[in-house]
Design a protein around this ligand. Structure first.
Ligand code: HEC
Length: 173
């Protein structure tokens, strides 16, 4: 220990004792000064309200001006939804599916893909998330061996573009 430290420490001890006394007296007065009041309980309540408010913020929809986490999780980076729509037309998905926004896509062999973004599952076997949807489009037979949907030999980039288009289809479309 250097001489300087030895000189400082008694002063530090006095300061911390003074601060300690000041705080307890302050809190004591605050607690006593408002009869019929429960300052600690109130503080906890305020903190809990603030916490649940911030959780609500996380869940809220984009029109509140807060981030839409669900939309963000549906994003396929660098995928081209417009190209996806043309690919869906080219590969004849519409012979089996109704696909809003794609011409001549009126097939009824498979389920309608209207509002697909709001669907919970892909073909009832995979969670409806970008990676799993792309996987399904590329190799449906792997995930559902008896499915009537054929493996169409899509590349991953084609699958991603198609998935991006399918995620533009909300419940009203
Ligand atoms: C020969 C008919 C056929 C073709 C062609 C076809 N599908 Fe399918 N598709 C199906 C059937 C049948 C299902 C239902 C599968 C199941 O539940 O096992 C399905 C399921 C799906 C699903 C999941 C739907 C849901 O409600 O969960 C998506 C997405 C999909 N197909 C997209 C496509 C795309 C994109 C193409 C073109 C690349 C395509 N399909 C081509 C028959 C087809």
């Amino acid at each position: 220990m250097s001489g300087e430290d030895r000189q400082k420490s008694p002063l530090a001890a006095i300061v911390s004792i003074l601060v300690g006394i000041g705080l307890s007296v302050g809190v004591g007065f605050w607690a006593l000064g408002t009869p019929g009041h429960d300052p600690v309980g109130n503080a906890i309540l305020t903190a809990r309200t603030a916490m649940s408010d911030s959780f609500d913020t996380l869940r809220s929809a984009p029109e509140d001006g807060h981030p839409d986490w669900e939309a963000a999780s549906m994003v396929l980076h660098d995928a081209d939804a417009e190209r996806g729509a043309s690919l869906i037309a080219q590969h004849g998905c519409g012979s089996c599916h109704i696909v809003p926004g794609v011409s001549r896509a009126h097939g009824t062999v498979g389920p309608s893909l209207a509002g697909f973004r709001d669907r919970a599952y892909v073909a009832g076997v995979l969670p409806n998330r970008p990676g799993d949807l792309v996987d399904w489009l590329m190799r449906p037979s792997v995930h559902s061996p008896d499915t009537a949907m054929p493996d169409l030999g899509l590349t991953e980039s084609e699958g991603r573009d198609m998935a991006a288009y399918l995620y533009t289809l909300r419940q009203d479309r």
